[in-house]
Unconditional design. Structure first.
Length: 592
């Protein structure tokens, strides 16, 4: 099926009718062109949002406070960066649990005398959570910035890798509610102090074992950094602020190959990961951007060009971001990249990229052209009007289950000083929601989305998942020097949905890299299981698809990453969570 994009956009209804059977029978990852598809019902661009978000963190029992540097003033850049957050089902009971990162203060003074540490909360299946940090053994103190989840040893239990300013940690999930620090025996311990940020599990060589990519931000030593306001890059709009990132040495990213025996080998040099040179890397994600069956890596970079590592199928990567059109904005300018969301927002079968940036700039919406390149569609799509906020965690999320992926982002400035100067900006900022109109454009509906979106915080990481298994997507947000926010989606399940939990056998057990296609009528969607998204965070590994008012999913296809084999399932009931095991089909169903 070969079509030019221009001809397809001119396609007639007769063409669509004659090709509909092909659309249903041909896997989307084999298309070399872009069929015209329309949802059964296109979102009303002027209608009110059917969804509101309510912050239920306190009533859910999420009482831990994120401690991160000074509250009213920050002397060093480590105090401004913040950290990620995670939804993940550590005990395999089908309900999302929560992992909260935490930081510290450079003076090590804490009001209660208790040293801040990370937290693990178990889902009680009734809308509340229980702190199980002590029992699990997963609590750690220090500047814990990012994390990613994946079953690296293929034992059926998802493990968690944590990045720090200091020393990263790999916690092996023991399957009994506890975790063991296996960093050193796995070969992942680095003697030198690094500032790890985002990370992502991926099987880049398709051998069935998860490899690990780790982004590093700055080679940071407070003793070697000028005091706030004292260096060349230590003022912002004339106001003395902490120094960096410009003027400080950037970090180098790392790729670890899984040896299949519980250990890893650093292959950064031979794989080509080091060729772009050191960068101020923040968030890393891995998806198959060119539909060739091999996972690529995209890295959001602060104050320098972002990176797109194309997988060359031989164990090596090449940075093609400049040629592909996703290194800079459409004016060719470097940006302060923070967070990354990946999804097929226009349902054309190719994964697009949304990247958040610093204040006085827009976010970027890179539309996948289907030929290895991207077009900056930020302004055309209507997501380029926000230039005042500092934008962080983000996600493509179908919050109203209409079959079109919307965008949610969280914001928060890095300089508390902005509250004391007339800059038109604030340290604490509201969240932002863009509703997908189904025609390649978005509408800012933030004002309609309820108190969970309107309330102001200085937020960093966020994660997306259905923590109460009611069929709509909730949001978990990390707020600097405050409690987290758990934003419950009220109203999204008025439309129908289907959710898929994939269990690998020949591929990695977490099925990271597996792709799912869902067809309802003449509307087709794709999703890919991924690790380490948003800003240094982890979303639910289950794939969620809104299907509007469709009563049945006509076709669900799974493409498994190692063998590239495809399994098909037809005429599925909506509003259920399916567990699909590679080679065994549907092994469990849970009604929403």
């Amino acid at each position: 099926m070969k079509f030019s994009r221009r001809n397809l956009l001119r396609g007639s209804a007769a063409w669509l009718g004659s090709r509909l059977l092909d659309v249903l029978s041909t896997p989307i990852w084999r298309w070399t062109g872009v069929p015209v598809l329309r949802a059964v019902s296109v979102p009303d661009p002027e209608g009110p949002s059917p969804v509101t978000y309510v912050d239920v963190a306190e009533e859910a029992g999420l009482l831990a406070v994120n401690t991160w540097g000074g509250v009213d003033h920050k002397d060093y850049i480590i105090e401004t960066k913040g950290s990620g957050i995670a939804f993940f089902d550590y005990d395999n009971d089908g309900w999302l649990d929560i992992y909260l990162t935490n930081g510290s203060r450079l003076d090590n003074r804490f009001p209660s005398g208790d040293i801040p540490h990370t937290y693990l909360y178990r889902n009680n299946r009734d809308g509340t959570f229980t702190d199980v940090t002590g029992k699990s053994g997963i609590g750690r103190s220090g500047w814990q910035t990012g994390l990613c989840v994946g079953d690296y040893n293929n034992d059926g239990w998802d493990d968690i890798f944590l990045t720090f300013w200091g020393h990263n940690v790999l916690f092996r999930n023991n399957g009994d509610g506890t975790f063991t620090d296996v960093t050193k025996q796995a070969g992942l311990y680095e003697e030198g102090v690094r500032w790890g940020t985002g990370c992502t599990w991926l099987d880049y060589d398709r051998d069935g074992n998860l490899d690990l990519f780790v982004a590093n931000y700055i080679v940071f030593d407070p003793k070697k950094v000028p005091a706030a306001g004292q260096g060349s890059f230590c003022r912002w709009k004339g106001v003395p602020v902490m120094c960096g990132p410009r003027g400080l040495p950037p970090g180098s990213n790392i790729l670890y190959h899984n040896n299949g025996d519980g250990t890893f080998t650093n292959v950064s040099e031979e794989s080509g990961i080091l060729k772009p040179g050191p960068r101020y890397s923040i968030t890393a994600v891995s998806y198959d951007f060119d539909n060739d069956g091999w996972p690529d890596i995209y890295v959001a970079v602060d104050s320098e060009p972002s990176i797109l590592f194309h997988n060359k199928h031989d164990g090596t990567f090449e940075d093609i971001a400049l040629m592909a059109g996703c290194a800079y904005n459409e004016e060719g300018q470097e940006q302060a990249g923070m967070g990354v969301a990946v999804g097929d927002y226009d349902c054309d079968g190719w994964l697009d990229i949304f990247k958040t940036n610093f204040a006085d700039d827009t976010s970027d919406l890179y539309h996948n052209n289907g030929d290895g390149t991207f077009t900056d569609a930020t302004l055309m799509a209507g997501v380029g009007l926000d230039t005042q906020s500092v934008k962080w965690g983000c996600g493509f999320v179908d919050f109203d289950n209409d079959g079109w992926q919307d965008i949610i982002q969280v914001d928060g400035h890095v300089y508390p000083e902005v509250d004391r100067h007339p800059m038109g900006q604030a340290f604490k900022e509201p969240r932002m929601v863009y509703r997908n109109l189904g025609n390649g454009k978005f509408r800012n509906v933030s004002a309609q989305m309820g108190p969970g979106i309107a309330k102001r915080f200085s937020s960093r990481g966020c994660a997306f998942g259905d923590y109460d298994n009611d069929g709509d997507m909730d949001v978990l947000v990390n707020n600097m020097n405050e409690r987290c926010s758990l934003l419950r989606n009220d109203g999204g399940n008025k439309n129908n949905w289907i959710k898929v939990k994939l269990l690998g056998t020949k591929c990695n057990r977490s099925a990271i890299g597996a792709r799912v296609r869902v067809v309802t009528g003449n509307h087709s969607q794709i999703g890919e299981v991924a690790s380490g998204t948003s800003v240094m965070s982890q979303n639910d590994l289950r794939l969620h698809f809104g299907v509007g008012q469709a009563k049945t999913v006509d076709l669900l296809e799974v493409k498994w990453p190692t063998t590239q084999s495809i399994e098909k399932f037809e005429r599925l009931e909506v509003n259920q969570i399916l567990a699909i095991k590679e080679g065994s089909g549907i092994v469990n169903k849970l009604r929403g």
